[in-house]
Design a protein around this ligand. Structure first.
Ligand code: NAD
Length: 253
């Protein structure tokens, strides 16, 4: 499909995992893509260009406002506008056990800064431009941890819950500007972020889905492409679970 022809997307976290799949899908659907990542690994951009698409890799940290200003300015200079933003970059807490007692200020701030502040800064950076060009679409990556309690995901759950609340609030404010803002709550998706867990936990996560496997990054990218396209024009302020049925299963085993 070519539903994003003529659009320009920024995709954060675009080097690996879900962000990479989202960037590739946006390009396959016809968008020019600014692939933003803290890593300088530009494999995603190379693949898009090899397939005949338009893309540029921009190294940045989503938790830094000046990096966002540079990202938006560079994207507009190269591709003329930004009308799609995918806030995908995120981290889990690897510094301490992720529970209320063991969390440190450093661990709390690191996850909050990337997972919640990064989403706020991204929307703050693009919204004035989107308003000036007459509209846009934003999708923020939340998590199943924003929908239900998840053991050992304290600050991560708090940050992702904040992403849902901020998504709803911003959607309400900017609907009048022809801008839709939604969130996706992935189940457990087979990406490099899972490298911190062993095979037993991977398998338990797969079994916790009603569809008994891990999700694929491309399955999240498919929902993103829908929300970015004309097909998703009447959707705003919502969170869309793409989780193999995890969030509707009362037993979760
Ligand atoms: N994989 C899952 O099971 C899962 C489930 C629910 C939600 N999510 C969310 O989806 C998003 C992507 O997860 P993933 O599994 O692809 O992760 P990943 O670790 O595989 O990839 C994350 C990407 O973000 C980049 N990144 C990290 N910190 C950054 C920063 N400060 N600034 C810019 N880029 C940064 C990394 O370099 C990497 O390319 C995250 O927000 C994550 O919380 C993932």
């Amino acid at each position: 499909m070519n539903r994003l022809q003529g659009n320009v997307a920024i995709v954060t976290g675009g080097t690996m995992g879900i962000g990479r799949a989202c960037a590739l899908r946006c390009a396959q659907e016809g968008a020019a893509v600014a692939v933003a990542d803290i890593s300088d690994d530009d494999r995603t951009v190379k693949e898009i260009r090899a397939d005949g698409g338009q893309a540029r890799h921009i190294v940045m940290d989503v938790s830094r406002r000046d990096d966002w200003q540079n990202l938006v300015a560079t994207t507009i200079a190269e591709f003329g506008k930004v009308d799609l933003l995918a806030n995908v970059a995120g981290v889990v807490n690897t510094l301490t056990p992720d529970n209320v007692i063991d969390l440190t200020d450093e661990a709390w701030d690191r996850v909050m800064n990337v997972d919640l502040r990064g989403v706020w800064l991204g929307m703050q950076a693009v919204l004035p431009h989107m308003i000036s060009i007459g509209g846009g679409r934003i999708v923020n990556m939340a998590s199943e941890a924003a929908l239900k309690g998840c053991d050992d995901l304290a600050v991560y759950s708090a940050a992702k819950g904040g992403v849902l609340a901020l998504t709803r609030q911003a959607a309400l404010t900017y609907a009048r500007e022809n801008i839709t803002i939604n969130a996706i709550c992935p189940g457990t998706i087979d990406t490099p972020i899972l490298q911190i867990v062993g095979p037993d936990i991977r398998n338990a996560c797969a079994q916790s889905h009603m569809i008994k496997r891990l999700g694929r990054p491309e399955e999240i990218a498919g929902m993103l492409a829908f929300l970015f396209s004309a097909d998703g024009a009447f959707c705003t302020g919502m969170d869309y679970a793409v989780d193999g049925g995890w969030s509707v299963n009362g037993r979760n085993i």
